[in-house]
Design a protein around this ligand. Sequence first.
Ligand code: NAD
Ligand code: DAU
Length: 408
Amino acid sequence: MALMLVTWIPAGIHEKPFPLEGRGQSRPFLLQLKARQRAEAPGRVAAGETLTSFMHNSILVTGGAGFIGSNFILQMVERDTGSIVNLDKLTYAGNLRNLESIASDRRYEFVHGDIGDRDLVHRLLKHHQPGAIVHFAAESHVDRSIRGPDDFIRTNIDGTFALLEETRAYWTALPDQERVRFRFVHVSTDEVYGSLGPDDAPFCESTPYAPNSPYAASKAASDHLVRAYYHTYGLPTLTTNCSNNYGRFQFPEKLIPLMILNARDGKPLPVYGDGQNVRDWLYVDDHCEAIATVLDRGLPGETYNIGGSNEQRNLEIVETICDIVDEMAPRLGASRRGLVTFVKDRPGHDRRYAMDARKIERELGWRPKETFETGIRKTVRWYLENEGWVRDVTSGSYRQWIAAHYSV
Ligand code: NAD
Ligand code: DAU
């Protein structure tokens, strides 16, 4: 792995003079501010306009060493939208190797730490003075949340609360113009809406929350906190709720990379229950573009559903992967479809997710570019060609998880 620049900001150093007065703004001020945010919010920007109308000199990204966060950072650096500070705790799911290509880029900086460490977040905000925060950091795996919910409560709820509190203090002290332009984008999931029946309409932004797993409940709680900080304090928050992502850098505990690697190696492909559960799959680059669009032109206080309009049953996904792996890495003998093994179902397994993403398309002009047919081929190829990355992430603790989880 290439040497990465790791910044750790000890208390009291690297701090620019920064005005801390201004906390506890009056109610009329907040009402005026909300009115101005609404008036100035670029939600009315014509669909398809380029992402240059709202530039943030510096963006703080949390959880940027994970699957979606690292794809987002690489996309933003490529677009040259300003500098990025990545705050990541580097749990089992965080991998600096994803960001190797920009490790020495002067527009990018990595900070190793926990979003729940308020002192660190306080110093980081003071030092970097970001114009926006994009909050990805979370425990993200449903099965792990069922086995041990503690970390999900700690990071997804307590951590988001800590981040919001420090952001509020920082934002309140900003000069007027910067305060109006500031944005806090909270990256969330379709799982907060619960499960759909086969004929139900897809989830829309006004669908009532009904989270079913500890993961979904922790994300729902964080969404409610984010919403409350907009309504109570006027903090310019925006929430995105997205469907299942796939693409490079996804940790192989999740369905698609797990199946690609097991198929490659001729191992059993563990399909939960009857394999008829439905998910709406979106290529990760499309999700990242949607988040950039919301950051750029979204209206504070709003939520935006993001999805691929690509509902598929798990068994169909696994069979598609088998066929592509058969084609790209032929082996003697029968098709990999024969490796499918039905295993015990996930407790409380949501039957169907589907997203109605018409609001973000109508109001902000975003729609996915990648089809599932092309995106899944790119993804399978990436996993087959990046053996070094796979080897790095599938060592020690990964093997323990697989052994413990699939042995019951
Ligand atoms: P991931 O598990 O791959 O990455 C999470 C990242 O957060 C890791 O780099 C990890 O080290 C970091 N992290 C965890 N706890 C932290 C803490 N306390 N402080 C700082 N960093 C911490 O997750 P992902 O799949 O990239 O998901 C990113 C976000 O998008 C999550 O909020 C998730 O709920 C949401 N989301 C994911 C999907 C999906 O399909 N993967 C879909 C919709 C929404
Ligand atoms: O919907 C968005 C969510 O998608 C995100 O919020 C989560 O962070 C992300 O992990 C993902 O959650 P899922 O539970 O839908 O993803 P996962 O890849 O774990 O499982 C997808 C489907 O495949 C689900 O129905 C369970 C099933 N599955 C999963 C695994 C790991 C299997 O059948 N076998 C498996 O081994």
